[in-house]
Design a protein around this ligand. Sequence first.
Ligand SMILES: Cc1cc2nc3c(=O)[nH]c(=O)nc-3n(C[C@H](O)[C@H](O)[C@H](O)COP(=O)(O)OP(=O)(O)OC[C@H]3O[C@@H](n4cnc5c(N)ncnc54)[C@H](O)[C@@H]3O)c2cc1C
Length: 611
Amino acid sequence: MRRRKTVFVDSDILVIGGGMGGCGATYESRYWGRDLKIVCVEKANIERSGAVAQGLYAINCYMGMQWNENLPEDHVRYARNDLMGLVREDLGYDIARHVDSTVHKFEEWGLPIMRDPKTGRYQREGKWQIMIHGESYKPIVAEAARKAATEVYNRIMVTHLLMDKTRPNRVAGAVGFNVRNGNFYVFRAKAVIVAAGGASHIFKPRAVGEGMGRTWYAPWSSASAYALPILAGAKMTQMENRIVLTRFKDGYGPVGAYFLHLKTYTENAYGENYEPTWYEHTRQLVGNYVDRHPVPTCLRNHALLEEVKAGRGPIRMVTKEAFQDPHKETVGWENFLGMTIGQAVVWASQNIDPKEINPELTTSEPYVMGSHATCSGAWASGPEDCAPAEYRWGYNRMMTVEGLFGAGDTIGGTAHKFSSGSFTEGRIAAKAAVKYVNDLGNDQPQVSEAEYEDLKKTVYKPLENYAVGRNEIVAGTVSPSYLLPIHGLQRLEKIMDEYVGGIGAHYTTNEPLLTRGIELLGMLKEDLAYLGAEDLHQLQRAWELQHRVLASESVTQHTLFRTETRWPGYYYRADHPKLDDKDWHCFTLSRYDRDSGKWEMEKAPVYHIID
Ligand SMILES: Cc1cc2nc3c(=O)[nH]c(=O)nc-3n(C[C@H](O)[C@H](O)[C@H](O)COP(=O)(O)OP(=O)(O)OC[C@H]3O[C@@H](n4cnc5c(N)ncnc54)[C@H](O)[C@@H]3O)c2cc1C
């Protein structure tokens, strides 16, 4: 095999992933750590990477405290209600109290925020959302991170974390490879902040062969945020809380601005308001959550799903009325052009003019993330002034592994942080990480040469598998001795879809299905040793698949553990169809033992610190 060069990079703080959380962490690390070496490593290029790559049309988390619009406590209540009672209120409060200052920085750095001409305040789209001209949102945020970092390493996919030679539960850095030149990177760091985004493509998407990659969540979000900490032994929380989105069909264009700003509404195929039809039924399942305002996101999906199952689909968004107003028509189109251009293209290609035709809605396949209307992710220590003792074992946003911090989609229990909250959480994690590094004194972590040399062999193994195995085939892609990443991905998506509650199973699963799903995932994991990669691009795909499989296993274990249906509309445990506050008003926690391959599950209490 070709010898690969090893490049060593030393840092005080290593930020993995240069999306919203990572840029926030990089920026704030410099503020508190003027003399520290701050390195950000990103598998794409921070200029246009992550879920915000294409731009956004709204910042979904802004309190507006300068105008007495909302208090942080209000946001905690909102997120708690939307997540059916279960959020880490300490973490959510911590983000909410700081998020406005983040948004003010964005504006100072050049992000155009729309203003209400009458009041001069930021133009609200809804109670928490403000509207932006956000095509260049990510480059603006990335510029701040670039100026703050000692070095930014683009095009390096991080595959594993490195642990301290003498203290096995302490992080010491990370390894990865350059996806362009194939060099192997060993990052030695005193503290690591993981901000590697969420996970798409773990469940089979609606668009497969004909449009694979056309998912709601970014196709490059490959679960590294979960797999890296899981492999290092960090505890995870709420991994069963996968999210399903109601979006415009085929393009996954967002519906928020339509509902909130354009005041459009939905109806079934026969022009009827279907939500009241399912009121009693939903009440039987979840009690008075159905009466809450706003109705939790999952329950709104639930009514739509039931209506479609009853044969009265498709569900349509009534746009014809709103689009008669030229201003609203402009806003409707701009909303896509600044954020999801693909939806405008889909409509154009399918002869859909929303002024003439009410477009169809659909529900997406499930995704795993920690920053939207869902809260899967790592179990993190809370802020010292407001976290209950049980949630506080170290520095703010430190996971259960020493020196390992997280932000954005990585951190669990804190829904509704969105882009601004993820950046804010990066800032919070960075401030704590700087303190951690300063407190280390001479007690600094050391990487083990044996560990990174072993990982180097493991990382490039798929290239070797391919180089050897390709001689056994004459043509085509099917080999007796290796599995291509796309084959592995499709096998994963099929297992998750059929056994863990994807679109093909109407989001429904049960104990026998989950148990079989775990067995099949185990078999898939065995075969991952035979992944074959024909080039560096495929090597990246191979490692993305490894990360997705581990995160999927975590999702499946959590779904099996929680014997209730907490979020109908996101998924259903058919054998436990109701919400069960008596036994399950709690967080689920898992810890993976990478030596034995076993998962330990436990419950953690939910403390309500806001009335
Ligand atoms: C479709 C969609 C629409 C949204 N709409 C809005 C909206 O309108 N308003 C709003 O405020 N928020 C919105 N959000 C939410 C917002 O985008 C996220 O909350 C935010 O981007 C999460 O930040 P993050 O840092 O966790 O992840 P990201 O911003 O996705 O960043 C993760 C980064 O990690 C990198 N990475 C991943 N794996 C590795 C690896 N192994 N090695 C190195 N780098 C890696 C990725 O390339 C990426 O740059 C939306 C999200 C989505 C998906």
